[in-house]
Design a binder for this molecule. Structure first.
Ligand SMILES: [Mg+2]
Length: 363
């Protein structure tokens, strides 16, 4: 299928701490180890925030009312959450991630996607990176994490769940499509109980059933999500790992000693800013799809103009061209410009092949 071939091969890791809050409590209180623990309120209206694996054996789940949990597991020990401790552990694991890649997208305190297609340690195998990260998390926090390794976010997340707890699972591009075919639709991330029920009523129980439906059929029944499901059914998911929470943008700006009035002056002033932004791109291997020009006038009024392109801006010349095009309509300027800024956002790691670097390495 061409859709699959056309997808740029990426190496994505999904890391997920095992029974996070409950494991932290068991780590810090030896009396809780090996026992069924629920983090959350035990009161009448309390809800389980996290359950230890011992508690899960009794059917205790997160988001379950505490009364139900107690009924299922009479020996259940309730522990009050200590979010400051969970946040501290979260910072520890994020610091570990940051040593491997700037492209980290946290989903919660204990879960994140990492794009390691290009990584700071130049390790070719994403599986090796995932194992290293798991070992370091264990050594530095005393806790276990599971990892999923694949070529997109959708599959990496499913993979991390396959060998929990303390496990690792890889879904290679070769195995991806078959894996999705056998996957019950309820296990698709983003398909909740309502959509699942609707799909089952249409005879769609797994990825294979989903794949057998046309895009227009799916669109007709699921609206905008239809084409997305169509692609997921083929193991295709182009969503980038968005490192927005790590680094939102690369920007440079200058306030001028004397206000600028002409387009020529502005173009000359913008050139070093583009250069600054671009050299950061080069150094970090980050590339962006959204270029933004900011202008502040002498009266402190400010305008921003942005353009988002389909593929990450690939050269300094292209960035300059986009910024110049955004600059043109600001002239003739009624008043002087005191500040200009250039920003690149919607960042992702550049994985254009160069220097013969092998990119289609096995996961
Ligand atoms: Mg978790």
């Amino acid at each position: 299928m061409n859709v699959v071939r056309a997808e740029r091969r990426r190496k994505i890791i999904h890391i997920d701490m095992d029974a996070f809050y409950a494991s932290v409590e068991q780590r810090d209180d030896p009396g809780l180890r090996g026992r069924p623990v629920a983090v959350g309120g035990s009161r009448e209206r309390g809800v389980v925030a996290a359950a230890s694996y011992e508690a899960r054996k009794f059917g205790v789940r997160s988001a379950m009312p505490s009364v139900t949990a107690k009924r299922k597991c009479p020996g259940l020990i309730f522990v009050k959450p200590r979010f400051d401790v969970y946040r501290a552990v979260s910072q520890q694991i994020r610091a570990i991630f940051a040593e491997y890649t700037p492209l980290v997208e946290p989903l919660s305190l204990d879960e994140a996607y990492l794009d390691v297609t290009e990584n700071l340690k130049a390790i070719a195998s994403a599986t090796a990176i995932a194992e290293e990260i798991r070992a370091r998390i264990r050594a530095e926090t005393g806790l276990t994490a599971s990892a999923g390794v694949s070529y997109n976010k959708f599959l990496a997340k499913i993979a991390s769940d396959e060998r929990k707890p303390d496990g690792l699972f890889v879904i290679t591009p070769r195995r991806g499509p078959a894996f999705v075919e056998g996957l019950p639709v309820g296990k698709f991330h983003g398909i909740g109980p309502v959509t699942r029920a609707k799909m089952e009523a249409l005879g769609i129980r797994n990825g294979g059933d989903l794949k057998a439906r046309t895009s227009s059929f799916l669109q007709e029944h699921f609206g905008k999500a239809g084409p997305y499901y169509f692609r997921l059914a083929r193991g295709v998911d182009d969503r980038p790992v968005s490192a927005d929470r790590v680094r939102k943008s690369i920007g440079a700006e200058t306030t001028f000693g004397a206000d600028l009035f002409t387009a020529e002056e502005a173009r000359a002033a913008i050139e070093p800013l583009v250069g600054k932004v671009w050299s950061y791109c080069e150094a970090s291997t980050l590339r962006g799809r959204t270029a933004t020009l900011k202008a502040k006038y002498a009266d402190f009024r400010q305008v921003t103009r942005s353009r988002t392109v389909d593929a990450p801006v690939a050269s300094r010349a292209v960035l300059e061209e986009i910024i110049s095009a955004l600059l043109e309509p600001l002239f003739p300027a009624g008043k002087g410009i005191r500040l200009l800024g250039v920003t690149l956002s919607s960042l992702e790691v550049d994985s254009e092949p160069r220097d013969g670097r092998q990119l289609r390495l096995p996961l």
